[in-house]
Design a protein. Structure first.
Ligand SMILES: Nc1ncnc2c1ncn2[C@@H]1O[C@H](COP(=O)(O)OP(=O)(O)OP(=O)(O)O)[C@@H](O)[C@H]1O
Ligand SMILES: [Mg+2]
Ligand SMILES: [Zn+2]
Lengths: 228, 376
């Protein structure tokens, strides 16, 4: 029957249909990874700093490890997530309602160091130079990311400074635009109640003055202090 | 300074191409769409970290590749520098200077200086204020790399402030006003730094441009460059400028809340060119506009040379053929052998013979460079 061999006439939607069929074909190509492996790689890739190549390397590595080791890793992940929360006083990561630093009687309870993130607490603790307490804001003011002062633990900080008769608040926030704005904001709120200082940013150790640029030098001058 | 070698990998239509520059002038000869402008663009990127043709690295990386690179050796008075810029279609750039990966792009600027002159530069006269701001900013970054950092900070503060103004679309709660005041202060402080540097840079460029313009126009015309900042700049005192900045923000506060964007600051500056007291845009015949742009470019060369202490490169993209003989000669006289010059052209007809003899000629064909040329 000639009706079966109608001449080809393109109709609206034809291209689209072709495209869908084509995509369908692509989907049905045999997958490169077995499904559970693909899922593992996908999850690993969500981690910061992990790209497709690293994710694949990690996944293949894990598969070669003994069961017990993989179990231990999985358990550690689940435990950390379920057991670690925020300290109710300083908002640093903590397994207890109040963190070790806040509970420690040997630390100076009248000085608070304000930082953006728990990572900063860890970095400062490694120096073993600081003996006061901390307050973790949980980020920086950034309207672009929808973060205003209300999203940070700034209200709690003001309350804490008043209640605990804090003598000095040291702000240790990086000198970025968002960091500077947050510092200004916190400083304005706290200055009526206590002494507020900011840590100095300046020349790297062993850095040569001549090669320091103007921005760094200006920062270093701002943060100057008496020789001791 | 002298650009000794250049190597392009997966850059635009170049797959892998190295070149050694053997004369102070190099003519890149080729048909349309072969890669002449692409090569100049790669040098422009090393000098300014920007391309005047695109702002997306994706466009710069060769099609179907994920990354590309531009590497060069530059002979400076005191040292030879190796520069390398790795571009990624879906990621950040890596800038390497003498083997060291640089954390801040401003540390890369200043290793190579170049003045770009293409037919697009006529937009400096005809185009909007944005073209003129970009032009001045690019020059300032080469004169003082720290300006790139300052301008970047200003734009970051501007973006944040605009984001806050957009959030306020519904209504203004008192907390928002407190936060807005902080961003006002940031914008004013950083904006003031941008304005003072623009004003200072332009003040240095203006007399040189005027002299060149006078000479090229046969001493009949007087060019003035005038900085027209959005915030009044009567005094060079930063505290006074900041106060004027904040004043103007106050005046425009209601308009800003309605338009949800920052209406005050150097992102709305302009630079006015006038010839014999008439705005150049209205005045200029094509020829006069070309004279103006040529005077600006020559002034840029001189200013960079006097600030850096070494002559920068000159990149001439298609413009030589567009200039009449008088202007061509003025240009060539000014360059001589002092400024290393890369010139693109589709034909050698308009070059004078003496000139051709002294130049290195490279033929560009489909992303490949061949030494010399064949008479068609
Ligand atoms: N990312 C890219 N990948 C591959 N090819 C590209 C890429 N970007 C541009 N091209 C190609 O480069 C060519 C344009 O090169 P270019 O602008 O250097 O031309 P030209 O030699 O200066 O020509 P004209 O004389 O017209 O100015 C075009 O063929 C374009 O398709
Ligand atoms: Mg071209
Ligand atoms: Zn705590």
């Amino acid at each position: 029957m000639s009706g079966d061999f109608l001449p080809f006439t393109p109709v609206a939607g034809y291209r689209k249909r072709l495209l869908i069929e084509w995509k369908f074909c692509v989907r049905r190509l045999p997958p490169i990874y077995a499904r559970p492996l693909a899922r593992l790689i996908e999850e690993l890739q969500k981690l910061p700093g992990v790209g497709p190549k690293t994710a694949q390397r990690l996944a293949l590595h894990l598969l070669k490890r003994p069961d017990s080791e993989v179990q231990a890793l999985a358990q550690a992940l689940v435990d950390a997530k379920s057991q670690i929360g925020y300290c109710s006083i300083c908002f640093h990561l903590s397994a207890e309602p109040v963190c070790d630093i806040c509970r420690s009687p040997s630390r100076d309870a009248q000085t608070i160091c304000v930082v953006a993130d728990s990572r900063d607490v860890i970095a400062l603790e490694k120096t073993r130079e600081y003996k006061g307490k901390y307050h973790v804001l949980g980020g920086l003011i950034s309207p672009m990311d929808g973060i205003g002062p209300e999203q940070l633990s700034i209200g709690q900080l003001v309350h804490r400074v008043n209640k605990d008769k804090i003598q000095e608040v040291i702000i240790a926030i990086s000198p970025t635009i968002e960091g500077d704005t947050t510092t200004l904001y916190v400083g304005q709120l706290l200055k009526p109640f206590t002494r507020v200082t900011r840590i100095a940013f300046g020349l790297p150790m062993g850095g040569d003055l001549e090669y320091a640029d103007e921005v760094t030098l200006a920062r270093a001058l701002e943060g100057r202090r008496e020789l001791d | 300074m002298y650009l000794k070698t250049l190597e392009l990998r997966h850059f635009r239509n170049y797959t892998a191409q190295g070149v050694e520059f053997t004369a102070p002038k190099t003519i890149l000869l080729g048909d349309n769409a072969q890669g002449k402008s692409n090569l100049l663009e790669s040098v422009e990127l090393l000098a300014t970290l920007k391309s005047h043709r695109t702002s997306r690295d994706r466009d710069l990386v060769q099609e179907d590749e994920t990354s590309g690179s531009i590497s060069a050796t530059v002979q400076r008075d005191l040292a030879t520098l190796d520069l390398s810029l790795i571009l990624r279609s879906g990621g950040r750039r890596t800038a390497i200077r003498s083997g060291e990966k640089l954390r801040r792009q401003m540390d890369f600027l200043g290793a190579l200086n170049a003045v770009q002159f293409s037919s697009l530069d006529l937009d400096l006269v005809r185009g909007g204020p944005g073209e003129r701001r970009t032009w001045l900013d690019t020059l300032l970054m080469q004169l003082e790399p720290v300006y790139a950092h300052i301008l970047g900070q200003y734009h970051q503060a501007l973006k944040q402030r605009n984001a806050l103004l957009r959030q306020n679309e519904a209504q203004t709660a008192p907390t928002d006003r407190a936060q807005l005041a902080l961003w006002d202060a940031q914008l004013a402080a950083l904006g003031t730094r941008v304005m003072r540097r623009r004003s200072r840079g332009l003040a240095r460029l203006a007399p040189i441009a005027q002299d060149w313009h006078h000479a090229i126009s046969g001493h009949t015309e007087t060019l003035t460059l005038h900085y027209a900042p959005n915030v009044p700049l009567e005094d060079d005192d930063p505290t006074i400028i900041q106060a004027a900045f904040l004043d103007k923000i106050q005046q425009r506060a209601i308009a800003e809340l309605h338009q949800h964007t920052s209406l005050v600051g150097p992102h709305r500056d302009d630079i006015e060119f006038t010839i014999n007291d008439t705005p150049a845009r209205q005045y200029g015949s094509q020829g006069q506009q070309r004279t103006l742009v040529l005077a600006l470019k020559l002034a840029e060369l001189n200013l960079i040379e006097s600030v850096i202490g070494e002559p920068p490169l000159l990149l001439l993209d298609d413009v030589l053929a567009e200039l009449d003989l008088n202007r061509q000669n003025q240009l060539l006289d000014a360059i001589q052998d002092r400024f290393q010059t890369l010139i693109t052209t589709t034909h050698l007809g308009s070059f004078d013979a003496q000139w051709l003899d002294a130049s290195q000629i490279l033929t560009v064909k489909a992303g490949q460079l061949l030494s010399g040329f064949t008479h068609a």
